[in-house]
Write a protein that binds this ligand. Sequence first.
Ligand code: NAD
Length: 396
Amino acid sequence: MIIQPRIKGFLCTTAHPVGCAEDVAQQIDHVRRYGPVNGGPERVLIIGASGGYGLATRITAAFGCNAATIGLFFERQAARNRTASAGWYKSAAFTNMAEAAGLYTRNINGDAFSDDTKQRIISLIKEEIGQVDMVVYSLAAPSRTLPDGTVARSSLKPIGEPFTGVTLDINSSTIRPISLEPATPQEISDTVRVMGGEDWEIWIQALLDAGVLADGCITTNYTYLGSEVTWPIYYHGTIGKAKEDLDRAALEIHKKLSRIDGSARVVVMKGLLTGASSAIPGMSLYLSLLFKAMKSRGIHEGCIEQTTRLFTNQLFNGNVPEFDEAGRIRMDDWELSETVQSYVKDNWSKINESNLSDMTDFAGYREAFLQLHGFGFTGVDYQADVAQTVDMALVE
Ligand code: NAD
């Protein structure tokens, strides 16, 4: 099958297996160039391991620390006329490359919110590696099936007042106005149930009760604060309420882990284009401006640069992490620097279709969007006939 990008709005419904493998190979190269991480974890569970920050963390742990990794994700295998999801291809590629490097690698494709998945992972840890030293919670989910069978859906909406902004269309390079009504109280509480800290707490309690967390175990969860210009839709919106709940959960989990000398930390990452963030209204303009400002200053980072810097400069390598006033580790320091933010804020209201390519890095945003799905890599022959079905060993 010859696979081309098929883009609808902020979604790309196809993915390229060879390009996805190239993405993983480039991330591994970055970690290898950075060099080994001293004192890193030996056994890591990553919840949400197939895309964005979770995949990058898995790659840093495996190739920077030689860690055994168990990856949990929710991805789709190819069907007759449909490609697999990008996360499927990337996880399969990671597995091949990690196994070739002699690293223990196990994958579970299932719903992180369910008790059954939690029990399957606990059994796997007990049977094969005994315990884990690190649990990375990096889930970005649209919905959660609650224990009573009802489904809570996450929304990306402002709170209190409507939001008006613009979005950049990947296909046509045009700017479209968007407006959103404020969330209802139900939508706010549902978003907190999906993207807040409750399921992270349930996971850690279950792992702790089962005795599969090693002494000194660390657990992390990723959050985003971002710039004032995105606060109305992000930090002061429904997703921001969920992220606030992570700070609460981190304190609770941190207390619970004291009996094994463990710790729980929220880590603030920078804004990047991932499957999850491409769906956030207004984020395309912000990220295009941000990429322009950070690239021109030589401080642009992708997910793998962020997770590698997190491991080497904060969590391990003999470092004592630095915390902000809320106890979070800040990896968004370069994004929020005065000079980067003043470029973004000064130009936020000035962008139109005629200055889009000069004043923003929309071309870089578009490239990142294509690469997310395995397209746009030089060196990959996109005219070649490739098999869309790629096998991956899964733990049942
Ligand atoms: P992503 O979409 O790239 O990855 C999400 C992961 O969650 C995938 O592995 C997916 O398979 C998995 N997943 C989704 N639903 C699942 C389910 N029910 N069961 C099991 N796995 C499931 O997202 P991302 O951007 O890497 O986000 C990860 C975390 O990082 C989120 O908490 C997000 O808020 C945070 N974060 C993202 C950014 C950003 O700019 N992208 C910035 C800071 C923090």
